[in-house]
Design a protein around this ligand. Sequence first.
Ligand SMILES: *Cc1c(COP(=O)(O)O)cnc(C)c1O
Length: 231
Amino acid sequence: MITENLKEVEQKIQQACDRSGRDRSEVTLIAVSKTKPVAYLQEAYDQGIRDFGENKVQELTGKIEQMPENIKWHMIGHLQRNKVKYIAGKTALIHSVDSYRLAEEINIQAKKRGIVIPVLIEVNVAGEESKFGVSLEDAKALVDDVASLDGITVKGLMTIAPYVKDPEENRPLFKALKDLSVDIAAENKDNVTMDILSMGMTNDYQVAIEEGSTMVRVGTGIFGERNYNKD
Ligand SMILES: *Cc1c(COP(=O)(O)O)cnc(C)c1O
C-alpha cells in the first residue's frame, strides 16, 4: 500500500511542478510518519524516502534509534521548551518555532553541543485560534529576534493550513506566506535565508507547490489514515 501511495504522491508532485513551471528538485517530500510503526517507515525508506516528519519528541527519538542513520528527521509538531534537549542535534530541521522563548532554549541547547540548529518560523496564516504559530503581522519581528541567536539559523517559514473541503480555499494563504518569505528575503538579514517554505499536507500539497512550497509534509496520503484510539 505504501509503495503504491508513494507512486501516486510522486506523480501528483510532478504534475503540480509541471503546472507551475517548477523543477521537481525544488520540492522535498517529507513523509509524515507520526503514529505509524517503523515497519511502515522502512517500506517508505526502501522506496527512496529520506525525509521523515514527526510531531512528538518521544516518538521521534525512538524512531531515530530504530531507523537508518542517513535519514533527515523533521520536527513538525509543537515543541515544549523542556523537551528541546532531547532532539537538539538530532533533527535536520525544526519547523515549529513560534516564540522567542522557545528559540532561546534551542539556542542554549545548540551552544552546549557546539552546533547551529536550523529552524523554520511557524506562521499561523489563517489566524486560527486552535493552532500554534506567530501571526503574519508578527512574523518578521520574530524572524529578526530568532536570527539574533547564533546557535540558530533561520531557513524559512512553515504553516499548517486549515482543513478545507476544497484545497483551492487555501491558495491565498499559501500565496500570503510565499509573499512574506520573498519580502523577508529581500531584506538580506544576517543569519536568515528564506530557502525553505514548508507548506502543504495530504489535502492541499498540490496547491501549495503551485504557490511555491519547497517542502510538503504528507502523512495520510502515504501511510493511510491515522488511528489515535489504537494502542
Ligand atoms: C500530521 C501532520 C502533517 C500530515 O498531515 P496529513 O494530512 O496526514 O498529510 C503535516 N504537517 C503537520 C505539522 C502535521 O502535524
